[in-house]
Design a protein. Structure first.
Length: 94
């Protein structure tokens, strides 16, 4: 039962990125880093990378909810960035 609750919470919390508009994700990318697996590291907060991702998101007709599995895979990175910002009060380096 505990595992089901943890998995459900992980899915709901991480799928939130899929529920946002491309413009919200662009702002998120600039502040916290990209929500994509291909943009981890020094290029996660690069304005050019964030701009390219915004253009791709605007051109993509796929429903956002179908990207929830990608967000579940990225949830440890997103959580680590959140903890870094909360405790370190600085922008995450990854």
């Amino acid at each position: 039962m505990k595992k089901l609750v943890v998995i459900s919470a992980l899915f709901v919390l991480s799928a939130c990125a899929s529920m946002h508009s491309p413009y919200d994700l662009h702002d998120w990318c600039l502040r916290m880093g990209s929500t994509r697996l291909t943009s981890i590291g020094s290029k996660a907060q690069d304005p050019a990378t964030c701009g390219n991702e915004l253009e791709e998101d605007l051109a993509d007709p796929t429903p956002r909810i179908l990207y929830a599995p990608r967000d579940v895979a990225m949830s440890p990175v997103i959580a680590a960035r959140g903890v870094w910002v909360l405790l370190g009060m600085t922008r995450p380096p990854f």
